[in-house]
Design a protein around this ligand. Sequence first.
Ligand code: S3P
Length: 162
Amino acid sequence: MKLILIGFMGSGKTTVGQFLAKKLNLELIEMDDLIIKKAGKSIKKIFNEDGEAQFRELETQVSKSLMNKNDCVISTGGGIVMNKINIDFLKNNGKIIFLKASFFEIEKRLIGDNLRPLFKNKKSAKKIFNIRQKLYEECADLIVDTDEKSVEKISYEIISQN
Ligand code: S3P
C-alpha cells in the first residue's frame, strides 16, 4: 500500500502521516526532510539563498526518486501540486489523499509560524490557498475534510476507505 498525502501548509499531512504509518505499519516518508537532506540546509535557507525555483527543482528530484517506492505513507509539501510531473512520479501504484482544510482553520494552526517561507502574511497565503484548491482536488483519489476533526478520526476515515 502507498498513500500520498497532499494539502495546504498546516492541513495535517505530517501528523496524519505519522498516525497512519504507525497504524498500518508502513514507512513514513517526509518529502521536506528529504529535500533538506539533499540541499544540506533548511527550507527557509533554500528559499532565501537559492530561491523558490531551486526548491521546486529539488522537490521534483525527490518525487522522482520515490517513484518505485511501496509500502509507505508519503507526506508531501503543500506546493507539490504546482508541478504536475511530481504527482505523476508519486502516484505510481499509490493513492493520492487530499487533506482538505478551510483557510480559517489553516490560519489558526499556523499563527506565529516562521518556518514556512510561503506563509508570510494572511493576504499572500490566502491567494496561494485559493489557486491551489482546484489543483489538489483535481489530482486527489480521495478528499477528506479535516476541519474540527482529530488526527485519529481523519486517519480512520482514510483507513476505512483503503
Ligand atoms: C510549501 C509547503 C511546505 C514546504 C515549503 C513550500 C508550499 O511544506 O514544502 O515551505 O509551497 O506550500 P508543508 O506543507 O509541510 O508546510
